[in-house]
Design a protein around this ligand. Structure first.
Ligand SMILES: [Zn+2]
Ligand SMILES: [Zn+2]
Length: 658
């Protein structure tokens, strides 16, 4: 048979015999690749390994150690989960089982309303291992809707999906189950188990195995609160035992670092039920750390040429009509308040008010770029079920800035913004940055193509200039402008999206903002939204988890605890504390009514950076014993030498974490 040429990801051509499959292409490249292959892509569509390739098609191989490969692994493991549940619980209904970030889930309904227990998860895991050991092949076939309905006659949720899709009313929720074109495909791995699925899958169950079932949670069918409540089993699956163990370890670490738990243990803040969901009160210690964070931000903004403004928490509905928020953001806003002179809303964003400040008088090109900055409180509606400590909260403070500039100033402004953002984040111990660049959705945008092009180029150039690794999210921008999102990696490798630099061609238009150009003409400024911490509250939560509660000295609510060995040393301890306070350090005395060892332990639990112990020798020599967090004890340090040391530590600012 004649050979055909396919195109590999590097652009090279490869000749393979006609009738070759994706697996054959992999084998032709190398036996290792063939062994590692789980699935492939042909002209951008993910397919099983046994799919034949056509002449001229673009072929790539999906291996287990890639995001796409893990996705296939996870989804295939979800099938095995469903198979095990159906075997162990006759009559179980299974609905959908997609891969998600780091894992997968599957939703079930057990006969008689029975619920899964912890023991059930063990039994299901054991059965899954048997299925994996049996190395059953995943065999794909395509069927007509009527055949699919009879195949799944005893599975009401599957029938619902088939009916919805075949009547043309399928949506995103169904997309894991059936292909885009409405083709109904099924995967069978034994006579007894078949699942509705678009694929692709690993070739056989033997390719799976590094998984763990994690928990059971309730989930409404299709997310509809009026629909039936199903039981969702969550699991995680990886390409190797090492990767699985690493992930489970990361989860353990994350649980230890849970900011809600640390906030409580360290007496930083709380979420009283009497206050209502998604709202926090800051205790004195949390408030100190937050104030330091905010002060640092204010100082940097001052140095960076920003002008500070304040705006109120609520505004007349007309303002949000003008800004467009009531048109495109009403779901994120709280219900209106009817007042004597009109309808008011809590503000979900500060931008409209900053536009009013720009528009409060005539502006000249000489004033641009005009950088307005506010620690602005906003209120956004979040569903009760989605609230999560400080990470998802209903009332929060944005370190929000809006920059009005000319089109010509845009590139320089974006470049310096990126520099500014990363330099501020570094102070908080973040060094590993990545970014996403969201570009124009060709179906939905305002502003000229030329403007979008220029802005997108400027954003990309700024990212390149700082050597920032970034992904382009094609078509993912909001209709009003392209944006950069900056992610940081924390101490245990998790990614957090923090800062955003977003262009806006819409609001200047809606507010009819203008400045007088050098030639006397009136021009429209470009507007940039920039949040650096994002939300101060969420940033604080991220910091708490990043540092595991052990804030660097400059941010620590209490920097030094001074412990007199006995009451005879108390007076001297007081002089040490006042010497430190005089230099601006946050020092406390812990008097001798408890044993020294116990007091030292308590100070360590509180994650205080420095514990100073003073006894007879210290009183005589004017020294202290220094017991630093995570360091070696040093005796006989003069008070001046200690002050120099802590001052250097504060200036350097990088000693936090465990
Ligand atoms: Zn599937
Ligand atoms: Zn804004």
């Amino acid at each position: 048979m004649a050979d055909i040429a396919v195109i590999l990801p590097d652009g090279s051509e490869r000749l393979v015999p006609q009738g070759s499959t994706v697996r054959d292409v992999a084998a032709g490249i190398g036996s290792r690749l063939a062994k590692a292959a789980l699935a492939g892509t042909v002209d951008g569509a993910e397919v099983d390994l046994n799919v034949p390739v056509a002449a001229g098609s673009n072929v790539s191989i999906i291996t287990a150690d890639s995001d796409a490969g893990r996705h296939v692994l996870r989804h295939s493991t979800a099938h095995v989960l469903a198979q095990a549940v159906v075997q162990l619980f006759p009559g179980a209904q299974f609905s959908i089982g997609p891969a998600i970030e780091d894992g997968f889930y599957y939703d079930f309904e057990l006969p008689g309303g029975r619920t899964f227990s912890e023991d059930d998860l063990e039994a299901i895991t054991a059965r899954m291992r048997e299925i994996i050991k049996a190395d059953q092949p995943f065999v794909r076939s395509e069927v007509a809707a009527t055949d699919a309905l009879s195949l799944f006659a005893s599975q009401k949720y599957k029938c619902e999906i088939i009916e919805r899709v075949s009547s043309g009313s399928g949506d995103g929720d169904d997309s894991g189950e059936v292909g885009d074109g409405g083709t109904i495909s099924v995967y069978r791995n034994t006579d007894e188990f078949v699942d509705l699925c678009r694929g692709p899958h690993v070739p056989s169950t033997g390719r799976l195995g590094y998984f763990a079932l994690q928990k059971v949670a309730g989930a409404y069918w299709r997310g509809n609160e009026k629909g039936p409540m199903l039981q969702r089993i969550y699991g995680t699956a990886w390409e190797s035992d090492a990767a699985l163990k690493e992930h489970l370890h990361r989860l353990e670490e994350a649980a230890k670092r849970d900011h809600r738990r640390l906030a409580n243990e360290l007496d930083l803040l709380s979420f009283p039920t009497a206050l209502g969901g998604g709202l926090a009160v800051w205790h004195p210690k949390g408030a100190i750390a937050r104030k330091l964070m905010e002060d640092y931000s204010r100082q940097r903004h001052m140095d960076g040429g920003y002008q500070f403004v304040y705006t109120p928490h609520l505004a007349n509905a007309n303002l949000f009509e003008t800004s467009g928020h009531l048109g495109f953001y009403a779901d994120g806003m709280y219900p209106p308040m009817e007042m004597d002179n009109g309808t008011y809303y809590m503000k979900p964003m500060n931008c409209p008010m900053h536009c009013l400040i720009f528009d409060s008088r005539q502006r000249s090109y000489r004033e641009l770029p005009l950088r307005l900055f506010e620690l602005g409180n906003v209120y956004r509606y979040e569903r009760a079920g989605t609230l999560h400590g400080l990470m998802r909260i209903r009332g929060f403070t944005q370190d929000d800035s809006h920059i009005f500039c000319t089109e010509e100033q845009l590139s320089d402004e974006i470049a310096s913004l990126l520099d500014f953002v990363m330099s501020v984040l570094r102070r908080f111990g973040f060094t590993d940055f990545t970014a996403n660049l969201s570009t124009k959705d060709p179906q939905k945008y305002v502003g000229s193509d030329d403007m979008w092009e220029k802005a997108t180029v400027a954003l990309a150039a700024a990212l390149a200039k700082y050597g920032l690794e970034y992904k382009i999210k094609e078509g993912d921008a909001a209709f009003y402008g392209p944006k950069i999102d900056i992610d940081v990696r924390d101490a245990i490798g998790r990614k957090w999206q923090l800062s955003t630099i977003q262009l806006d061609f819409n609001q200047p238009e809606r507010f009819k903002l203008e400045y007088i150009a050098p030639d006397g003409s009136r021009k429209r400024p470009v507007m940039l939204h920039r949040a650096l911490f994002g939300s101060v509250e969420r940033f604080f939560g991220v910091l708490l988890e990043h540092y595991a509660g052990a804030f660097p000295t400059w941010l620590s609510p209490v920097q030094v605890k001074v412990l007199p060995v006995a009451s005879a040393h108390s007076e001297y301890a007081h002089t040490v504390v006042s010497a430190l306070r005089k230099q601006g350090f946050r020092a406390e005395i812990v008097d001798s009514d408890e044993q020294l060892g116990k007091r030292i332990r308590t100070a360590k639990v509180d994650k205080v950076p420095y514990v100073l112990v003073v006894g007879d020798d210290d009183v005589a020599a004017g020294t202290v014993g220094v017991n630093p967090r995570g360091g070696e004890v040093e005796r006989g340090v003069t008070v001046d030498a200690f002050i120099a040391r802590i001052a250097a530590d504060v200036a350097e600012g990088l000693t936090g974490g465990e």
